[in-house]
Design a protein around this ligand. Structure first.
Ligand SMILES: Cc1ncc(COP(=O)(O)O)c(C=O)c1O
Length: 383
């Protein structure tokens, strides 16, 4: 294989390009009609009342946490096995991230460990649907109800996934999505928060735009210039041409997910008899959008050696994720002992992400699985 196979890649077609081009030729590059259109399209797709689109998944998380107006110093429980943006959003809002361990087969937060981590300072839970596989949402909702906690679902990996036949986006107080190029659909950079709560929706739109309490169109229609800033917001606005791309991509999302499922099934089939590889589980009550495909190598296999072997064969493997508490910022600011997270640590040691994106050729999956099968298990052998 001469060509490098990336671990993830966007799919952009002529319709996407045309949609962006037509906005670039129009009057509104930002705060225009495509923003509302994209929000309405997302809400309709999810089957919820409101969507607020922003310039990244990170911004979506930040304003979702801000909207909860939790008192400074209180705690939010989350998973350490995610991209750092998940827990950074807690820190941005002067709150304390408390990590709960994960469950091995899905790599999702373990509801039993959430229960153990609850204190009288816990205010919310942010759970992540790792790789597009929904968490044990019923159990998490039960814990939230019993302990009077808010729920934010970080579904950066999971737009289009379903739990008990209902789309992700209909379970937590607020659910966030990311539209980064490797995600299930893209706007370049971008994100969204969806909710059924009218007050949260109003507040999200204000925090996205500096804290300004009226929108541009309201002011223009009243022919007035006055507005107030009662609380501090940011500029997290997304452009109209990104929204045009998002509208066009959303139309293809279900077909992307079908392709991802076909490729994930092929990986499972081809790796079934490779005894040093464990493929991820896929519950019968979920529709998985398969944002990434990760395998666990059996204990005793040197993951980093395997990683180099795959890279040497032009296969763009990756590691999702380095546990967040291992980063210096978190080590220096929070008293976290990795030994409290035995499952996260063992999954981190053995996990590797294989390439997966809608237009990945089946021959490439066959090539990748062939290379895995032929990995020389005895150290020092020629690779
Ligand atoms: C689980 C998770 N949360 C949040 C984010 C942040 O999204 P963005 O890159 O759009 O800011 C990502 C992106 O990598 C992610 O994977």
């Amino acid at each position: 294989m001469n060509q490098n196979i990336p671990y993830g890649k966007q799919f952009i077609d002529k319709k996407d390009i045309k949609a962006v081009e037509s906005v670039l030729k129009g009057d509104w590059l930002t705060t225009g009609p495509k923003v509302d259109e994209f929000e309405n399209a997302i809400a309709k797709y999810i089957g919820c009342l409101h969507a607020t689109v922003v310039n990244s998944g990170t911004s979506a998380l930040d304003i979702a946490v801000q909207t909860l107006k939790i008192k400074k110093g209180l705690e939010i429980i989350t998973t350490p096995f995610s991209f750092a943006a998940t827990s950074n959003s807690i820190v941005y809002n002067n709150l304390v991230p408390v990590f709960a361990d994960i469950e091995k087969n899905t790599r999702n937060i373990d509801p039993e460990d959430i229960k153990r981590k609850i204190t009288n300072k816990t205010a919310a839970i942010i759970y992540v649907d790792y790789a597009g596989h929904p968490c044990d949402i019923n159990k998490i909702k039960e814990i939230a109800y019993e302990n009077d906690l808010y729920l934010i679902e970080d579904a950066s990996h999971a737009i289009g996934s379903e739990f008990n036949n209902k789309k992700i986006g209909n379970y937590a107080d607020m659910t966030i999505f990311s539209f980064h190029p490797v995600k299930n659909m893209t706007t370049g950079e971008g994100g969204a928060v969806v909710t059924d709560n009218n007050e949260f929706n109003k507040s999200l739109k204000i925090f996205r735009n500096h804290g300004i309490d009226t929108d541009l169109h309201e002011r223009q229609s009243k022919k007035g210039y006055m507005y107030d800033i009662k609380e501090l917001g940011r500029n997290y606005r997304i452009t109209d041409f990104q929204c045009a791309l998002g509208i066009s991509q959303l139309k293809k999302l279900d077909s992307f997910i079908t392709k991802r499922n076909e490729l994930a099934n092929l990986y499972k089939k081809l790796l079934e008899n490779v005894d040093f590889v464990e493929t991820p589980s896929n519950w019968s009550n979920v529709k998985n959008s398969w944002h990434i495909y990760t395998i666990l190598l059996k204990e005793g296999i040197d993951r980093d050696d395997f990683f180099r072997y795959m890279k040497n064969n032009n296969i763009g493997v990756n590691v999702h994720y380095i546990p967040i508490y291992r980063f210096s910022y978190y080590k220096n600011n929070y008293n976290i002992d990795p030994l409290d997270y035995p499952i996260t640590e063992s999954v981190f040691k053995n996990i590797i992400t294989l390439p997966l994106y809608p237009h990945l050729k089946t021959e490439y999956v066959e090539y990748i699985c062939d290379k895995i099968r032929n990995y020389p298990l005895i150290k020092g052998e020629k690779k």
